[in-house]
Design a protein around this ligand. Structure first.
Ligand SMILES: [Zn+2]
Ligand SMILES: [Zn+2]
Length: 291
């Protein structure tokens, strides 16, 4: 069977290359990072030196599948014209930065329709992505739409909404999908019991298609199934539980797709090890059919 590819989201504080080094230090085979401060619109220019140091770190650490996550400020579903335009420009910048750094994918949450309707929100996302693709013609860096927990008016929690976007954009070949286990569970899809898992994967296959999934976020959920609340928990310690992750890790259709933790950071109190170390070990144990 194809080997697993396990990693985590890592901080780029101190330079992009630091995300790679931090990932190496906790045992990541793949790394996700932000390409700038994710709570600010401002994107400072990337110096040649920064791009080189990242490339060197990737080569030195033997890191694979380095991907990016876009800023949380971006809302391509917004009914507010100014915010929509600002978001569109910011996402173009994210793709350009990824291209400059040789990063193939940028994860994007579809956005929130806020005071508008679901239909209008989805239409805005499609319009925005068409415009993004027009402005970034020739770039290799691609957008990965992420399924969401469906907090408030956030779109993309029902897989039909992601499918509607993929079906409506002019260049669907320039879009992929990032599948988040916490989000899908919070949105109401089951993962633990075999029958629920099968049903969830059937929906994923029929509405999205496994070939479109280029990244997986492995997060347990603090909140119950269907809560539509986005709170990540350590692997096996949340409402999804170890069994759900055992199924994901054993699923041949998902093998070969890089998987990233986005679980809380810090030290596990008992072992005093980094939580990322603990969670990656747990995943590898679960993949071996252990606990
Ligand atoms: Zn995620
Ligand atoms: Zn989340």
């Amino acid at each position: 069977m194809t080997p697993l590819m396990l990693g985590a989201h890592m901080s780029m504080a101190g330079g992009f290359f630091r995300a790679i080094e931090r990932g190496r230090d906790v045992g990541c085979q793949c790394v996700q990072m932000f390409l700038k401060n994710n709570n600010q619109w401002h994107a400072p220019d990337i110096a040649d030196r920064d791009a080189e140091r990242l490339a060197d770190a990737i080569a030195d650490c033997g890191m694979r599948h380095v991907i990016a996550h876009s800023s949380y400020l971006i809302n391509l579903a917004s009914p507010d014209k100014a915010l929509w335009r600002k978001s569109l420009d910011a996402f173009v910048t994210e793709l350009q930065r990824a291209e400059r750094l040789g990063i193939p994918y940028v994860v994007l949450h579809p956005g929130a329709h806020t005071t508008g309707s679901e239909r209008a929100g989805l239409r805005q996302v499609v319009r925005a992505l068409n415009e993004v693709h027009r402005q970034t013609r020739g770039l290799r860096a691609m957008c990965l739409l992420e399924n969401t927990a469906g907090q408030g008016t956030c779109l993309g929690w029902r897989l039909e909404q992601l499918a509607a976007i993929l079906d409506a954009v002019r260049c669907p070949e320039r879009l992929g999908v990032c599948f988040d286990t916490c989000h899908v569970f919070a949105a109401g899809y089951g993962l633990a019991a075999q029958s629920e898992y099968r049903q969830t994967m059937r929906a994923l296959q029929q509405l999205i298609g496994f070939e479109r999934i280029k990244a997986i976020h492995l997060n347990d959920s603090k909140r119950e199934r269907g809560s539509r609340v986005d709170r990540h928990e350590h692997i096996g310690r949340g409402q999804i539980g170890a069994e759900g992750f055992r199924r994901v890790l054993a699923d041949r259709r998902l093998r070969g797709i890089p998987m990233y933790l986005e679980t809380p950071k810090g030290l596990e109190p008992r072992s005093k090890l980094e939580w990322d170390v603990v969670n990656l070990r747990r995943l590898r144990a679960l993949a071996q059919n252990g606990s």
